[in-house]
Write a protein that binds this ligand. Structure first.
Ligand code: 5GP
Ligand code: SF4
Ligand code: MG
Length: 457
């Protein structure tokens, strides 16, 4: 998911809208905006892309607010429905609140059971609603203290933005698993999952929000406090590998640069003689360029992605599938025909995509296809809000590299090692500030294996 918040700007709704468009890659399932004018809260949520979920007709109403929060949603499995769309909005005795969350709370299921036994009635299956209930039940009359109290109980990964009638609160989890940055546009402060949204709305990047930090923005300016004790910093490496936009900077590293370094190190670790290097659009392009630069093998555009496929396109019939209808990707025959091809992909999760692409390249005339993956084998599930599937579905949890090579039909297959992946950040191992749990099983928080499938986000 992606979150954004802004306080004290006459165009708060419009800027939130454009920021969400910039964060669209972080979730395409639903989107929403809530704004406040000091007294009233306005909101609009819908299914689909930002432009579908928030019709221009709703902007007039939203524009009454001088502060706003927005969300784009990507759920990890199953339940994709309007009730789970965010921001979640509530009217408490203490006023209005709108909550938007990126991440996954690992003890949400337990907390929900606890709350339901005490009479709480939930409207959604989203883990975010658990936090709303905890805020409502908090002892303090002060919103800030209530939020702190609620977040002291939840565990897991989050970038949270919460809008009240007169303040914007932004919190990052104690391990810093999910990213969040602080910026300023005119006199107004804003927060975002990624810095690319700041560029889009003309905001100046100020800094990353720290793990365990709470930033409170109001008409009095900005205030920073800590709500969580020191925890081991564990920023999600998958943000760099796949999830974030290449033009974003996270914790001081530009995503495109990091990916390019992954590609360079991948060549050093697993060189191969070939005629052309190609990447799977879009997330592998930077690494493919890095691999090409390091090897001296020319980089080419060998695969074209159709950018206009929605989530609900008509599934081709078995007959059309058999005839090889390629809606999403197609090979550029002139580039790969008669060539030894290095195919760079950012990751292999289930193994289905790579197999199809290798076959497609062969059908387009590639003499050989050497697959190089710009991250290590994904062997463990993520419990922190990135969809890397159930463990049984992860091909590398069941098969060796050689077995995967055979399965995807490549001439050779090699992965970037974890050590080299960390070297791209100038660090020796993930113990120095990264979560690599989906590669090494070292989860930075407690995990609850019985985590209900219905609790998502
Ligand atoms: P698979 O091996 O599961 O068929 O597909 C791997 C591809 O999916 C990679 O090329 C990568 O770009 C993409 N991918 C990696 N992580 C995710 C994710 O969390 N969600 C989705 N939808 N795709 C992902
Ligand atoms: Fe990111 Fe993997 Fe850690 Fe999940 S388990 S937060 S995907 S590094
Ligand atoms: Mg990909």
């Amino acid at each position: 998911c992606g979150v954004f918040g802004i306080f004290g700007h006459e165009n708060a709704a419009e800027l939130t809208y454009f920021a969400l468009i910039a964060l669209q890659h972080r979730g395409q399932e639903s989107a929403g905006i809530a704004t406040v004018d000091g007294m009233k809260l306005y909101h609009q949520k819908g299914m689909g892309l930002v432009a579908e979920a928030i019709p221009t007709s709703s902007m007039e109403r939203l524009s009454k607010g001088h502060a706003g929060v927005g969300h784009v949603r990507y759920s990890t499995t199953g339940v994709s429905q309007l009730l789970n769309a965010q921001p979640l909005v509530f009217n408490f005795i203490r006023g209005n609140l709108a909550l938007a969350h990126n991440g996954n709370l690992v003890n949400a299921h337990q907390l929900r059971q606890f709350l339901e036994r005490r009479g709480a009635i939930f409207q959604s299956t989203s883990d975010t609603e658990v936090v709303a209930h905890l805020i409502a039940r908090a002892d303090s009359n002060d919103v800030k203290e209530s939020i702190k109290e609620a977040l002291s109980i939840v565990k897991g990964a989050y970038a949270f933005v919460i809008l009240s009638d007169d303040k914007l609160y932004a919190m990052r989890d104690a391990n810093g698993l999910r990213p969040m940055v602080l910026g300023k546009v005119g006199d107004a402060y804003c927060v975002s999952s990624e810095s690319c949204a700041f560029d889009t709305i003309g905001a100046e990047f100020i800094r990353d929000i720290e793990p365990g930090e709470m930033v409170v923005i109001s008409k009095d300016g900005i205030e920073s406090t800590r709500f969580a004790g020191q925890a081991k910093k564990a920023l999600c490496t998958f943000e760099y590998i796949y999830f974030a936009r290449p033009d974003s900077d996270i914790d001081g590293y530009n995503v495109h640069h990091v990916r390019k370094d992954f590609g360079r190190l991948l060549y050093q670790e697993h060189p191969v003689e070939a005629d052309v290097v190609i990447g799977v659009p879009d997330s592998s392009i930077s690494s493919a360029i890095g691999y090409a630069e390091e090897s001296g093998i020319p980089y080419e555009i060998g695969l074209i992605k159709n950018r206009y496929i929605g989530r609900t396109f008509i599934q081709p019939s078995q007959e059309l599938r058999a005839r090889g209808v390629r809606l999403k990707l197609n090979a550029v025959r002139k580039i790969v025909e008669g060539k030894r091809v290095v195919l760079i992909d950012d990751s292999i999760v289930r193994g289905t995509t790579s197999g199809r692409i290798v076959q497609m390249l062969r059908e387009a005339g590639a003499v050989s296809v050497h697959v190089r993956i710009a991250s290590p084998p994904v062997t463990h599930s993520c419990f922190y809000g990135i969809d890397t599937s159930a463990k049984e579905e992860l091909i590398a949890s069941r098969k060796s590299v050689e077995e995967i090579r055979e399965y995807i039909g490549a001439d050779s297959l090699a992965y970037l090692s974890e050590g080299n992946m960390m070297r791209a950040f100038g660090i020796e191992s993930s113990d120095h500030g990264h979560c690599n749990a989906c590669f090494n099983g070292k989860y930075p928080t407690e995990i609850y294996e019985d985590l209900s499938k219905m609790i998502l986000d």
